[in-house]
Structures are given as C-alpha cells and as structure tokens.
Design a binder for this molecule. Structure first.
Ligand SMILES: Nc1ncnc2c1ncn2[C@@H]1O[C@H](COP(=O)(O)OP(=O)(O)OP(=O)(O)O)[C@@H](O)[C@H]1O
Length: 639
C-alpha cells in the first residue's frame, strides 16, 4: 500500500524553492495556465506538481497524470525529471507523451469503433511531409474539379497539408472551395489507399480521427476522464488547432484538472498551424486561472536585462523578469561578433571554445552552437576547425530522436550495466522495466522478483566477459554493437517490448531504429575504444551539440554561439517578423551565462540548390539589430 503525505506538510522536492506564485500553482486544484518567460521553471513546476499530486495521493492509484508535450525529447525530459524527483514507483502513474503518440494510441486502440468511411486499416503508414502529400495528390487524385479541371496548378501544397486537418470530422459536402473539394477526396485516398498506394496518413489527420473517436464514443471519453485525474500541457503556445479540439473533446467540462504552461514569446511553430491565441482560448473554454511567474532561474542578470528589452518590444505589457540571486549583478555576456568571412569566424570560435574547455573546465556538453537552419552548411567550417583542435562536435538532430526511443534506452541501460562496475541507477531501471514488461507485482510476488534478479545477474556476468574483449576495428565494432543489441533485446523479450510500445509492431520502423542505434554506437566506440565511454559518447557527453533554434527549445547551456545573424539566415523576416523575433528570443534565452551572435561579411550558403559563398547583409533584419542596440549589446568587429 502506498503511503501518502499530508498536503500541508508536502514540500517541493530536491530542495527547490518555488516563488510564491509557482508554489500556489503547484498546489492548485483548478484548471490553470502558467505563462512565464524562458528559464522561469515551467517544466520544473510541472515536475514538482506531479510529485505533489502523486506523493500526497491527490492523484490516487489507479488514477494517472497525463503530460502532453510536443516533441519526443521534451516528453522524455519531463518523464525523467519526474522520475528523478519522485522515484520510479510513483512516476509509473505519470504518463508523459507527445500529442502525436497520445492521439495515435487512441486511434490504434479504438479503430474498430470508427465508422467505415473514416476507419484506417490496422497497418496504415504515416506520412510527414508536404512533398509526400503533393505526390499522392497529384498522382492519385485523378478526378477533375467541375470548374477548375487543372486544379493542381493553383494549389499551395503547404496550405493543403495543414488544410487536411483544419476541421473536425465528418466533412461537410460543400465543394465550392477547391481546398475542401481536394480534402474530401484526398482523405479518402490517404485513408483507404488506392491502386498501388497503401493507406498513408499524417499526424494531424490522426489527431482529427482521435477527436472523432472520442466524440462518438461516450464510454471512451468517460474512461479517459476517470483515468487521467490531471492533465499537463507543456509549451502550450505551440498547440495547433486540431490538437486543441482533441483536448476539448476529451477533457472540457470534466473533473480532470488541466495545467497548461508556456510562453507566447517562444511561439515558433506558427508555420505548423499553431494557434494564434491558445492561452486566451484556454482561459475561456476551461474557465482557467492565470498565473505569471517573474523569476528567471536560468540566465545571468546581464542576459535577463536583454531578454526584458526584447520581451517588452515583442509583447506589450510583458512583465519585467529578474534573475535568481545565485548570480552577481554584472554576470552574463551577450555580444555580436563581426567577421570578414566564415573561415575567420570558424577559426576564432574554435579557439574560444578550446579556451573554455581547456582553460575554464567547461564541459563540451555545456556549450552549444546554434543556427537558424541548415546546420550542416552553417557549421561546416567550424566543425572542421574544432576537429583540428581535437574537439568533437555533432549535429544533434541525428541523435535527439534516436536517443528518446525506448528500445535504445533499454540497450543503453544494459550496456552501462555490462561495462561499469557501479551503476545502481541502471540496475534499478532495468529491474523496473523487466517487472513492468513481465507484469507482476514485486511487493506480492517476491519469489518472482528474486528469480528475475538472479536471471539478470547471470546475463550481466556473461555479457561482462564479452565486452572486455580486446580493442576492435571499425568492422568488428559494428558487428559487436549489433550482437549487443540483439542479445539485449532478446533477453528482455522482443514481443514484450513490442506489446509495451506498439510503434515497434511495425517491423520496418523497429529495424530502422535498431540499425541506426547499432551504427551510432559503433561510431561512438571508434572514438573511445571502450563500451562504457562509447555509451557516454553516444549520449553526447563529449561533443559540442550543433542544432537549429527549433531543436534547442527547452534546452540550456553555459555558453551559446549563434552563427549567422544575417539576412540570408532570416530570409523571411519581412513576412514573419514576429515568428523570427520569437526564434531569436529562444536562441538568446538558451544561454545561462554567455551568448555570442556572429555576422560574417561573406558566407557559404545554399542558393538555388547550389553551395555558394555570397556577401551577407543585415538590412532586412535591421530592426533586430536595433533591438540589440537598444539593449546595449556590444558589437565587436574582427578583421
Ligand atoms: N525553483 C527553482 N529553483 C532553482 N532552480 C530552478 C527552479 N526552477 C527551475 N530551476 C532551474 O532553472 C532552469 C530552467 O528551468 P525550466 O527548464 O523548468 O524552465 P522553463 O520555464 O521550462 O524554460 P524554457 O521556457 O526556457 O524552456 C533549469 O536548470 C531548472 O533546473
């Protein structure tokens, strides 16, 4: 039996001190919205609230908390934070998922309750891009519109991609609008397939199907509401219209208590159909209370000052934020560096990074290189210069999604057990996982637990001998990484993994993840020649991460270098100034202590599908430079 704490004696976990409003929000028993700037501790607040609800029994077994994030890694970070704060037992009732995985799991489980017109087959494929939708539309939608027979010529396919999920199901029969006409027909083709085309649907379509399923299935709706006594919504500024409709149909006017956190100045998903007014709509629809936080726990005072100038220019009445008292008044550096060309830029930054790592003892993992887009191109010269100085860097997107795959996590925990003498956390996680997958209660079935521990120990002993083999070459490392994956997954039970994580039921997906994992792990081994260090290398411990602003959301670093504060990087600034300012704000606010933006008079970029070195300007983004000047950011020119 779980022992619960009295609400009045519950204190924030891990010695965290919450500002009074955050504390009120953590203990709130009504729907609420917490709007707060970067580093205000929104994610931490959700983690503390999860602890509060689980430890006090306000969320009582078998009830659960459903936490919805946008990105796989954000959902994973939140899950790990809750597990760290309140232990693995309680955190089993904290279900941290993305919107996409939540809606897909509903459609997959309740598919048969959807009427035939909208029911996808069991083995539908998922399509992600406008290009795929365009190819299918042009290739398979052979009908002619009555007034517009050559409809393909006038269509903006980006608009069509979003339009596919603009409205709730079922569709109206109104075909006057060409996009409506295409949507109805394309849905049919995508859902049911045609000729050689297999059923292939987008995540926004899945979201609409989930909403439709809940709306037409009262028992399911009641089950969701009684299972999830509490629902958390992270990064709420990025909620799209279809996701919001799903949320409403599932939880509006229910007893489930919703907590949404976010920052409208970090709204950078407008292009993906994020709502313009998610916070105000939520306040009305869910009769929610609004809380504002005013501390920044992340950034040093000089950086917070600049964030305040930017924030007040972006949003009228944005509250002034202060930094936490762990800093000195003058801490924090923000500068713009001007270079004659990108080779000079790369050489200079590589040397600065080297000084930080070797002189100041800053870990590579605490430094980040950010770009607006095309990280392979913008960071190419810098990656080379860093390599010349024996400093590893890596394009993080090749790892972020892979590392949040459950099957990769399982393998990593096991290899840690085989290759590191003391790893009690990995032992505990593996035991918890095996208990979960084997479906027994260790407090009741002690014998089963002892058997499991013995079985695991003998597997570890056997594998320990295997990983101690002599140094391997690249081909041997690849083969051995493959053996490690197979042995571990077989030991855990592939069928069990697949039924716990149904996405792995798709053979091609599962195999692809394993192949990528084997490849990356063996590459990591070739840098370290030791499997324990290879795991750390794979996790990114020894490399400087390189990523786009979009990928950096929710992350933080001691020092950030942003390459290319230039017109070409912000090529659509004139038409989407607010979105680009939000992106810039996200970049600026990832830094705890130092952030440097660079401008290079000439730079190699992709133009008309060709790599070219071209002159750079900051004319279109002059208002951004003006804001930096208002914030008294120093500009330094190197020649
Ligand atoms: N109450 C607190 N006391 C001390 N440190 C805190 C507190 N709350 C959060 N932090 C720390 O501040 C940093 C930022 O917290 P968190 O990531 O939760 O902020 P956020 O509001 O979600 O940020 P962003 O919107 O920029 O992603 C983290 O390092 C976190 O551990």
């Amino acid at each position: 039996m779980t022992k619960y704490l009295n609400e009045n004696i519950w204190k924030p976990v891990d010695g965290m001190v919450l500002e009074p409003i955050a504390d009120t929000a953590v203990r709130s028993n009504i729907n609420s919205v917490i709007i707060a700037g970067p580093g205000a501790g929104k994610t931490e607040l959700l983690a503390q609230r999860a602890c509060y609800l689980l430890q006090t029994g306000i969320c009582k077994e078998p009830q659960k908390i459903l936490a919805i994030s946008f990105k796989v890694d954000a959902a994973e970070n939140l899950r790990k934070r809750v597990e760290k704060r309140c232990g693995s037992e309680l955190s089993k009732r904290f279900e941290s998922r993305t919107f996409d995985s939540f809606s897909k799991s509903l459609v997959d489980r309740f598919r048969l309750s959807i009427d035939m017109d909208y029911r996808p087959p069991r083995d539908y494929d998922i399509i992600f891009t406008t290009r795929e939708v365009r190819e299918i539309a042009v290739g398979f939608l052979t009908e002619r519109h009555p007034t517009n027979p050559n409809w393909q010529h006038g269509i903006n396919f980006d608009v069509l991609f979003n339009h596919l999920a603009n409205n709730s199901l079922p569709f109206s029969e109104d075909d006057a609008d060409i996009y409506n006409w295409i949507r109805r027909r394309l849905w049919h083709i995508l859902l049911h397939g045609k000729n050689t085309l297999k059923s292939s649907i987008t995540f926004p379509m899945i979201s609409r199907l989930a909403e439709y399923t809940i709306r037409n299935n009262y028992a399911l709706k009641r089950a969701l509401q009684s299972t999830y006594s509490h629902v958390f919504l992270d990064e709420f500024q990025d909620t799209t219209y279809h996701q919001y409709d799903l949320l409403k149909v599932a939880f509006k006017d229910s007893d489930s208590i919703l907590t949404a956190v976010g920052d409208d100045k970090q709204r950078i998903m407008g292009w993906a159909n994020a709502m313009d007014n998610s916070f105000s709509q939520f306040l009305v629809d869910f009769k929610a209370t609004n809380y504002h936080l005013s501390l920044n726990h992340r950034s040093a005072p000089k950086l917070v000052e600049i964030q305040n100038v930017l924030a007040s220019s972006m949003r009228q009445g944005a509250p002034n934020v202060t930094s936490s008292d762990k800093w000195g008044d003058q801490d924090g550096i923000c500068q713009v560096w001007n270079f004659p060309n990108h080779f000079f830029e790369a050489e200079y930054i590589a040397l600065e990074i080297s000084k930080k790592i070797h002189g100041q003892g800053i870990r590579p993992r605490d430094i980040c290189i950010l770009v607006k887009q095309q990280e392979h191109i913008y960071a190419k010269a810098l990656i080379q210069e860093l390599e010349n100085l024996n400093i590893n860097s890596r394009i993080e997107k090749e790892y972020q999604d892979l590392l949040s795959e459950e099957c990769i996590e399982i393998v990593i925990e096991f290899i840690t057990l085989f290759s590191c003498e003391q790893s009690p956390k990995s032992w505990q996680r593996v035991i918890d996982l095996m208990i979960y997958l084997n479906g027994f209660d260790p407090t009741v079935d002690l014998e089963e637990l002892v058997k499991l521990e013995k079985h695991l120990q003998s597997f570890i002993d056997e594998m320990k001998r295997e990983v101690e083999v002599k140094q391997l070459n690249a081909a041997q490392a690849l083969a051995f990484a493959s053996i490690l994956f197979q042995s571990i997954l077989n030991f855990v039970g592939i069928d069990k993994i697949r039924s716990a994580y149904p996405k792995y039921l798709r053979d091609s997906y599962f195999q692809d993840i394993i192949d990528k994992g084997v490849q990356k792990l063996s590459e990591a081994y070739m840098k370290q020649f030791n499997w324990y260090e290879a795991v750390l290398e794979f996790l990114g411990e020894y490399s400087i991460p390189i990523m786009t602003i979009h990928k950096s959301k929710g992350l933080e670093y001691h020092t950030v270098f942003f390459l290319g504060l230039e017109d070409d990087a912000f090529w659509s600034f004139k038409s989407q100034e607010d979105a680009d300012l939000c992106a810039f704000f996200v970049a600026l606010s990832r830094a705890k202590q130092e952030v440097f933006f660079t401008f290079s008079n000439s730079r190699e970029i992709m133009r008309f599908r060709e790599l070219k070195t071209v002159e750079q300007f900051n004319v279109n983004i002059s208002s951004l430079y003006q804001l930096l000047s208002n914030a008294r950011v120093q500009i330094i020119s190197f020649s």
